[in-house]
Design a protein around this ligand. Sequence first.
Ligand SMILES: NC(=O)c1ccc[n+]([C@@H]2O[C@H](COP(=O)([O-])OP(=O)(O)OC[C@H]3O[C@@H](n4cnc5c(N)ncnc54)[C@H](O)[C@@H]3O)[C@@H](O)[C@H]2O)c1
Length: 262
Amino acid sequence: MGRLNGKRAIVTGAGSGIGRASALLFAKEGASILAVDKTGDAVTETVKQIAAAGGKAIAMAADAGIEADVIAYMQRALKEFGGLDVVYANAGISGGLVPLFEQTVEHWQEILRVNLIGPFLAIKHAGQHMVGQKAGSIVCTASVAGLRANAGGNPYSASKAGVISLVQTAANSFYGTGVRVNAICPGLIETGMTKPIFDMARERGTDRNIGQLNPMNRYGEPREIAAMAAFLASDEASYVNGQAIAVDGGLSATHPFRRPRP
Ligand SMILES: NC(=O)c1ccc[n+]([C@@H]2O[C@H](COP(=O)([O-])OP(=O)(O)OC[C@H]3O[C@@H](n4cnc5c(N)ncnc54)[C@H](O)[C@@H]3O)[C@@H](O)[C@H]2O)c1
């Protein structure tokens, strides 16, 4: 028996990185998956990988920050699976590191649209269904960037701080309904989003330094975030609600300091 046996789940941003790893793990744990990504080819590849591993999944191209698309992916899951138990609102963009004085309102709006309004829309539309069945788990990807500075640009960090607040307030909006809402705050994970950082470090030969600021002294892998997402999605987390859980090798537990040279 998998930990998500019989669950019907949507994963957004499932075409790459954390979303793909989570879709694969959810399926391995027995869930039926609607894998959503704005990039159709990428999410089709994820579904192929799930099918090859013996899992059940459907691909759908949609923009997680557009309400009509969110309604469409919810309806698709309900139609294909006959219900919905889990939504992992994971799709996100970094927006790069633009100097503050060069940031435009449009730059901010696009990052907030995808990273914060996307999870809000997932919560709004999944929540309506889940409240009716008096059960459901909604998981969002925030970031350590939402906890403190220096893990992303200003709008990215603000969007992720917004996600942390969103899961706290939404958990209370669902008071007494049985619907849980939580977030994960990943540290530095090797994915499509962080590829430029890893490429640059490998080019310079400094890749051994990646992750040196956290007590694990290494970067993380998508499967390590997927493991937390699967736990939060499952009934094992039945009393975990309104939390933003860091999966960061201990980075957010650590004050900045200079380590003694070995
Ligand atoms: N990689 C890290 O170090 C890290 C750290 C903290 C948080 N995160 C967060 O993890 C989540 C997943 O990112 P990742 O690192 O796996 O990056 P990734 O770029 O590998 O994957 C993100 C996926 O989301 C999709 N996507 C982007 N905008 C979308 C939209 N509007 N609608 C639908 N799909 C969209 C992309 O096409 C891509 O497939 C993001 O929310 C990101 O902010 C990542």
